[in-house]
Design a protein around this ligand. Structure first.
Ligand code: F6P
Length: 412
């Protein structure tokens, strides 16, 4: 085997998994551990992500302690979204614990929150490397994040079962798909399951003239819902029996006012209006059923049901893709540390495992998600960097919309 270049000497490297867990995290911890130990470096598993650093909860990892975990979902060193770490005092405490334990480098596996922690630690003198892992696949710097494929396959398994029963009963099923602010999981599972429609905030944002002023809520887009209903009815005429609709959880919930009956102490009843938030998928389900019934004097032509697979999407045996990419990324993270590099995130770009500066990666992510502007970036980044960011964002958007368009063309 070709020997690997080593420019910096480490005694102990810490490894942690942060944010929402994802299948493949264990395979990445295994690769980091074995790759570091093969180069004579001890590995300390930091439990519950940054909480483990603040509260000093760690475990020595050995080639054997990471044995037989490549095939397990979740993360055996646990995860946490540690709020205390998001303060200068939290970072200071973490640096102190690193000093106490002799940790002189860290591999942080997770999403953007985990990378912000890695950046803060690097700036405080502990070199860190990030590895993207989240079922949301929303790390703009990387074409792929660990756990996405397993989550997709889980959604496909759920949707295929629903498809069977929808076909038998001539029904439609709306499935609410995780992804936090991102529609990737809904988009990819939608095209893979033959969804009649994929609804994500990227494709169906809240309209400027929406009367709901609450920034965290919206109205049902009736124009879109009506077009969907027409599409389903047309397809039914052609003989199509089953329909699946993927709704991403990044669709804001719908604000509705419903009439309820209040009761006073003496038992008298009175009508009250209650404002409620319902998920977009549930609101759409209610709309479709109501409209179908109206059209057919009370009898639904195509009955629609709603389901939320929720955290089922996060667990399960990692797929080949998640095991293999985790292994390669884990080894790459150790390569980078040994070369004396830090503040980098390992990423996959055009099927190649490479790396990108964390500050650059976090900002390109914010640009893609509309959380920053070119003007704001000009303060901290060179014109050349900004051009590179724009190119990444454009390329990502184009491929996202391409998939959506193809699905529209081939779905009935
Ligand atoms: O980021 C992964 C994710 O599963 C999102 O898709 C989802 O919005 C969120 O985490 C759920 O978080 P929690 O596990 O804290 O409920």
């Amino acid at each position: 085997m070709e020997s690997k270049t080593q420019k910096r000497v480490f005694k102990n490297i810490g490894v942690l998994t942060g944010g929402g867990d994802s299948s493949g995290m264990n395979a990445a911890v295994r690769a980091v551990t074995r790759s570091a130990i093969a180069r004579g470096v001890n590995v300390i598993g930091i439990k519950m992500a940054y909480r483990g650093l603040i509260d000093n909860i760690t475990e020595q990892l050995t080639p054997i302690s990471v044995s037989n975990i490549i095939n397990r979902g979740g993360t055996f060193i646990y995860s946490d979204r540690c709020k205390e770490f998001n303060s200068p005092e939290g970072v200071k405490r973490a640096v102190e614990i690193c000093g106490k334990l002799g940790i002189d480098g860290i591999v942080a596996i997770g999403g953007d929150g985990t990378f912000r922690g890695a950046r803060d630690l690097t700036h405080s003198g502990i070199p860190c490397i990030g590895i993207p892992a989240t079922i949301d696949n929303d790390i703009t710097a990387s074409d792929y994040s660990i756990g996405f494929d397993t989550a997709l396959n889980t959604v496909i398994a759920v949707a295929d079962r629903l498809h069977d029963t929808c076909e038998s009963h001539g029904r439609c099923n709306i499935i609410e798909i995780m992804g936090r602010g991102s529609g990737y999981l809904a988009l990819y599972s939608g095209i893979a399951c033959g969804a009649t429609e994929i609804i994500t905030n990227e494709f169906l944002p809240k309209k400027a003239d929406d009367s709901v002023t609450d920034p965290n809520a919206r109205s049902l887009d009736e124009e879109h819902a009506k077009a969907l209903l027409d599409k389903m009815l047309k397809s039914r005429q052609l003989g199509k029996r089953s329909f699946l609709i993927m709704v991403a959880e990044n669709m804001l919930p719908v604000k509705t006012t419903i009439q309820e009956t209040g009761v006073v102490a003496d038992g008298r009843k009175f009508p009250v209006s209650v404002v409620k938030l319902v998920s977009y998928g549930e609101a759409l389900c209610e709309y479709l059923n109501k409209q179908m019934e109206l059209m057919n004097s009370g009898k639904s032509i195509i009955e629609t049901k709603f389901m939320r697979p929720s955290h089922i999407q996060r667990g399960g045996v990692p797929t080949f893709r998640d095991r293999a990419i985790s292994s390669l990324m884990g080894d790459k993270a150790i390569d980078l540390l040994m070369l004396g590099k830090s503040n980098l995130v390992v990423c996959m770009r055009k099927d190649e495992i490479t790396s990108m500066d964390i500050d650059f990666a976090l900002e390109v992510d914010r640009l893609f998600k509309g959380k920053t502007t070119i003007e704001a970036l000009e303060k901290d980044f060179s014109a050349d960097d900004i051009e590179k960011m724009k190119a990444i964002v454009e390329e990502k958007r184009a491929s996202f919309y391409d998939i959506y368009d193809v699905n529209r063309t081939i779905s009935l």
